[in-house]
Write a protein that binds this ligand. Structure first.
Ligand code: ADP
Ligand code: MG
Length: 367
């Protein structure tokens, strides 16, 4: 039995690879549930990455192997043009080749070896990381004329199309354009973006709560519908176009009033967070993270007692500027900005104390 990591491309496919590529995952620093209302988000790349090795084939088949899914499921194979949903990880590969074809991009058959140090389904967007890494490799190998934004759009289409997950553009834009030391301010309507470095000597803490909510998909759809209903009542195309003054003028029925207030004030916080990072002001950025968490907890109602505990424990650590829930909510992870030299010890203490208080196993994902 060969160890998984020892299964090189050459061992798997009997010839050397012709191209390699990689892409990171992402953590959203602020701007939650704003992307489907055309608003602002502020993700940063993870140090963890997905790596792909590729070689072209003479036929029109695609064969791929992943180190990260267990032996029985490791191989997938299909023909270009025959992409179909299976409900397995191969959908992300088939989604990419189907999405390329829909965009008029021509690729031939290929073999691919995949490995990632991101947790699969852990909220750091291993899916976008895989899509973007594969697209980068295919772009290099087949000479596709795609810039990084076009590549992100094709990756998103892979996921909304064949995979069948109604995701916004944030994850793929982050995987394609963000880097680890600079956050990516992104206007999800225009796709205008700006990379802004974290303040000097600061770093991130990301801790998974150990809770993955089963009904998160349903709650996500409800919140989305509520935002659309609120926009209609306010007479704007999307909540992106509403202001705090609009909210004061129009009395929305609960809970739409609270939902709209979260999105409108969150967009405003992302803009102020951009200014804070531009000025290198970690204190102000931390205050905005705290305000964002309160808004998600009280107005958007997507936090949980466990997440609130994790945020509270992290916020109370010395050297932490601010902490908040990151991702869709109802479980998942928290993110905090901290002094770089204190982040690792603080995260370890928080995880220990959290595990002492609730019957869950937290995971420190960063640092
Ligand atoms: P997240 O993107 O937050 O990690 P998703 O549910 O969106 O969670 O995507 C996770 C899915 O993406 C996995 O269940 C798997 O199907 C696919 N995937 C991601 N990375 C890999 C990988 N390295 N190998 C195989 N499949 C992967
Ligand atoms: Mg994903």
């Amino acid at each position: 039995m060969i160890e998984q990591h020892a299964r090189t491309f050459e061992i798997l496919f009997d010839r050397p690879s012709a191209a390699t590529a990689d892409a990171p995952g992402r953590v959203n620093l602020i701007g939650e549930h704003t992307d489907y209302s055309g608003g602002f988000v502020f993700p940063i790349a993870t140090p963890q990455r997905t790596r792909v090795a590729l070689a072209p084939r003479v036929d029109r088949r695609v064969r791929a192997w992943s180190r990260d899914v267990g032996d029985e499921e490791a191989w997938i194979e299909y023909g270009l043009g025959d992409e179909a949903r299976t409900g397995h990880w191969g959908d992300y590969i088939a989604g990419v080749t189907a999405s390329l074809r829909e965009s008029g991009q021509v690729v031939g058959g290929f073999d691919a070896r995949i490995e990632s140090d991101l947790p699969l389904g852990g909220g750091l967007s291993s899916s976008a990381s895989l899509e973007v890494a594969l697209l980068r490799g295919l772009r290099a190998m087949f000479g596709l004329p795609l810039d990084d934004v076009a590549l992100a759009k094709i990756a998103q289409r892979a996921e909304t199309g064949l995979v069948g997950a109604p995701v916004g553009i944030m994850d793929q834009m982050a995987a394609s354009l963000a880097d680890e030391h600079a956050a990516l301010f992104l206007d999800t309507r225009s796709l205008v973006y700006e990379r802004i470095p974290l303040p000097a000597a600061t770093g991130l803490i990301v801790i998974h709560s150990g809770v993955t909510h089963r009904h998160a998909g349903g709650e996500y759809r409800t919140r989305r519908a509520e935002c659309e209903a609120a926009a209609r009542l306010l007479g704007v195309r999307e909540l992106r176009d509403a202001t705090v003054a609009d909210l004061a003028r129009t009395a929305l029925p609960p809970p739409l009033d609270r939902r709209a207030r979260h999105v409108v004030t969150e967009n405003d916080r992302v803009l102020r967070a951009r200014d804070a990072l531009t000025a290198g002001d970690a204190q102000q950025f931390g205050r905005l993270m705290a305000a964002s968490h309160a808004s998600m907890r009280d107005d958007f109602e997507i936090s949980t007692p466990e997440i609130d505990l994790l945020v509270g424990l992290t916020r109370d650590e010395a050297g932490v500027y601010g902490a908040r829930l990151t991702g869709g909510g109802f479980g998942g992870s928290i993110v905090a900005l901290a002094d770089a030299g204190r982040a690792a010890a603080a995260a370890a203490r928080v995880a220990l104390e959290y595990a002492r208080r609730v019957p869950l196993r937290p995971t420190v994902l960063i640092p």
